[in-house]
Design a protein around this ligand. Sequence first.
Ligand code: GDP
Length: 300
Amino acid sequence: MFDSLSQRLSKIVKTMRGQARLTEENTRDMLREVRMALLEADVALPVVREVLARIKEKAMGEEVVGNLNPGQALVGVVQRELTAVIGGDLTEEERSLNLRVQPPAVILLAGLQGAGKTTSAGKLAKYLVETMKKKVLTVSADVYRPAAIDQLKTVTEQAGADWFPSTPNEKPLDIAAGAIDHARRRFYDVLIVDTAGRLAIDEAMMREVAELNTFLKPAETLFVIDAMLGQDAVNTAKAFHERLPLTGIILTKTDGDSRGGAALSVRHVTGKPIKFVGSGEKLTGFDAFDPEAMASRILG
Ligand code: GDP
């Protein structure tokens, strides 16, 4: 296997004899190693370039050799910058769910088929019910896959929330109108709307979810993306970002063996905060995003 970034940077430091600070020259060597670590973690190339530029700017002149463990100090610089880029520079408020609207607060979930939208709808419902003590309704606007509607019903019941019925014979906008009306009358705090996905981006799907979003005016439009997507994460994120006013990201399948480079790519392309990470198929695997932990994982 590959050396960890920490081991690689330690090797560079050994060749830095007598230089107490990061200079143009030794920074170049360091950045080469960081670049490799990021590419191995499947961070997309344009994103790697920008992140490196930022690390370079911040790292130059940084005192590392005087440190007890210079390799570690160097990793610290990189880790700090990566954490900031991935969301560590955002406030707590920017990273948390925005429910400060006239209830019901609508949360729309969008993403490719298989990204984990329905599972995330269940996880989010459970989190809202148990942790935030909210009264939660869910609805599926996926009229193409009856199984998806049933799946949402199942996870909603497991979450202790309520499910609003929909059928493949209805139009997504009519389903949305029925659900929001029901949520208002019954004083729900939150309405989670699960939407249809396709295996690849297509215009009809994008138009449909964009129309739903315009109609529902969600407090949160969350883009759900599979952490295992690797390099493809950039194009997928771009396509959704261009068509929807996203407010945040849910990164799913972080239990997989990917190094999580998709997190960095998606954050970079959309400029939106990663709000939650999902891990595993059970509804308990749902946590607030931790930029520092993700940066460590990406760096290896
Ligand atoms: P959707 O098509 O976007 O609604 O995706 P689903 O929620 O149906 O998820 C697709 C598949 O991925 C299902 O088999 C889920 O059980 C699985 N899945 C969803 N989230 C996770 C996760 O965080 N970890 C793992 N290992 N599997 C997940």
